[in-house]
Write a protein that binds this ligand. Sequence first.
Ligand code: HGY
Ligand code: MN
Ligand code: MN
Length: 409
Amino acid sequence: MKINAQRLLENLDRYAQIGKKGRIGVERIALSKEDKQARDLLKSQMIDAGLSVHIDRLGNMIGIRKGKTDSNPIAFGSHLDTVYSGGRYDGALGVLAGLELIQTLNDTNTITDKPLALVNFTNEEGVRFAPDMMGSHVYAGMADLEEILNAPAYDNPNESVGSCLHAIGYNGDMEPGAISFDAFFELHIEQGPVLELEQINIGVVEQVQGIYWTRYTIKGEANHAGTTPVYYRKDAGYAAAKIQKYVGDYTRKRNGSVLTTVGSVKFSPDAINIVPELAEFTLDVRSTDESFLKKAQKKIDDYVVKVVEKDELSFEREEMVRFGPVRFPFTMTDTVQTATKSLGLSYKRMPSGAGHDAQMMAHFCPSTMIFIPSVKGISHNVEEYSHDHDVENGANVLLAAVLGRSVAR
Ligand code: HGY
Ligand code: MN
Ligand code: MN
């Protein structure tokens, strides 16, 4: 049994028009009006495909397809939200390939032993509200829902997750986690260069890096850029620059075994002729080894203290995310490997550098991921692209893996 590639590619293109950015990019920020538009389309397509649609209090969308038994459903899906200036495949591929899987079973009147669940998780990207992988994190019971609903937007403290969910009409009534899953599969683009460079069709994902997100606010003193001698300055911008250099050097001195990134920097009052009073910046630390994560975080925190004390400044530090690395069970990765081999496709067992909903679902049920190649390894960029044949391969592996799981033991 194979999926209808044309229908899937057309659907991917349909969703890519919602928040279209540039030639092939998409900007569909979680809980925005574009996110609502995509959710409304998915809900209508779930209903057309005969699914019973459940929306939980965090807006996670779950479409259930009945099976011959009423055991726990095999779940598959991903997220429809994107980053700023993002791509059309990151997240949407997993949700729409899941929908295509169901449409293919409908076309052939196939009823699986176990029920199936198609999932769209809320706010996977975390670019406006922390933490990332928010919907799956709460669904897996790893965070307090009320606290998450009160989380403010980075750019507007008057907007919260709860108020924005309400505004788009996706504050459902089901408790997150109320529907248990037999297993969870996530099809996703690799977002890196490995599969393309090695000319391999499929990535069998064995583990996902841990992620630590921290926000620092260095506090100095605004002063005149022309009249204030350097020894008299309390320059938050200069301190932040020294820390940024340390962070960049840290990962390069360890040839990327731990990745440290300053992705966002904001000065205030942010004017050409004023010594910055405040410098707010974020730190993203990643590694498949939790001891590397912890060591990097400690070294960078110690350096921040050293710089702040030397420059007679002060600072605040906010821990936004502390997600440990996860390893997927062999029962799941072997199911993907068997499915890939049954289709005559090449594969590589590999880790994921990016965080994913499957990383959270791994705490809820046996989970794993399937990667397809990203052209030039580009992602979180409007030029993100994957070839049609790779999209088709990935969706067929997802179908074969889910069918493989549904008859397993
Ligand atoms: O940050 C990540 O790795 C994911 O794209 N949210
Ligand atoms: Mn993603
Ligand atoms: Mn992403």
